[in-house]
Design a protein. Structure first.
Length: 287
């Protein structure tokens, strides 16, 4: 599945990278004194291995999107005192990271609504303590959302509504924060008695934008549940209450991000069925 994703997204460049991957892992193992490296389950766009640097548990993350990995490294540095894993080293196309121990994700208890929502809110509150960088290291959410202006094989009324909500939400946004950008259950890991965020995208925008990833996950388990709509509704009202956010803005951002993810899936030639269904659900929540 990992190889198929890389080939689908990157084509010949991905094929060459996959061929060179074993040699690259060996070179980095020597450079950073790593041992006992093993690929983690459920790889997606990056090749991720767990292992040790001498006696220290680590994660080695390799990817073809150098800009995304650089932005992740910058985000980890910006969030360094705000409940994220530590960045230990970086070079082009590779990150060496702290490994959370025991390291299981919040996905393990995604059906425990009250507890998982509280954990997510506590983590979001900690992440908002990060200072907005003075340097232009991160995109703004408006940069991500520009893709909605292209023509996609998505029903016109959904595209038009996503553009309408996007424009309104950006125009009426009160305060920008440095956001994780993809804070769902699999990106929240147990570390000793705490929870840490991993894989920050690093994007600037209003706080309400941050909660939508958690609301629409886990994929595909959420939409396989007969209680999907009830779970989504409970999460939206929960975030509104615990973080003092406007419920209508949460619903509108959820819709906009569902369409955005639909666009990205089409762009990467991946299955778009989940986000098509999500868009339909969030459209009703905004009605």
């Amino acid at each position: 599945m990992f190889n198929q994703t890389i080939l689908s997204v990157y084509g010949e460049k991905g094929k060459n990278w996959l061929t060179k991957l074993p040699k690259l892992v060996q070179e980095l193992s020597t450079l950073w004194h790593l041992r006992d490296l093993k690929p983690i389950p459920n790889l997606s766009f990056n090749y991720v291995l767990s292992g040790f640097q001498q006696e220290k548990p680590i994660i080695l993350k390799l990817g073809l999107d150098d800009m995304a990995l650089t932005r992740e490294a910058n985000a980890l540095n910006a969030f360094c005192s705000c409940a994220v894993v530590k960045l230990l080293a970086a070079r082009k196309g590779a990150l060496l990271l702290q490994r959370a121990i025991p390291g299981y994700s919040l996905k393990n208890q995604w059906l425990e609504h009250a507890e998982s929502l509280t954990i997510a809110c506590q983590l979001i509150s900690q992440l908002t303590q990060a200072q907005l960088p003075k340097e232009n290291k991160f995109p703004h959410i408006r940069d991500w959302l520009a893709i909605l202006d292209k023509n996609w094989e998505i029903p016109t009324h959904y595209l038009e509504k996503s553009r309408e909500y996007r424009d309104y939400l950006l125009k009426t946004s009160q305060q920008d924060h440095l956001l994780h950008g993809d804070l769902h259950h699999d990106n929240i890991l147990k570390n000793d008695n705490d929870w840490l965020a991993i894989d920050p995208k690093g994007v600037i925008g209003e706080l309400t934008y941050e909660v939508a990833a958690f609301i629409r996950n886990p994929i595909p388990e959420l939409l396989e549940s007969k209680a999907a709509w009830r779970i989504i509704d409970r999460r939206m009202t929960g975030f509104a209450s615990l973080l003092n956010l406007d419920l209508s803005r949460i619903a509108q951002w959820c819709f906009v991000q569902a369409v955005l993810a639909w666009c990205w899936s089409l762009e990467d030639r991946l299955d778009d069925g989940y986000f098509r269904e999500l868009t339909e659900i969030f459209a009703k929540s905004c009605a």
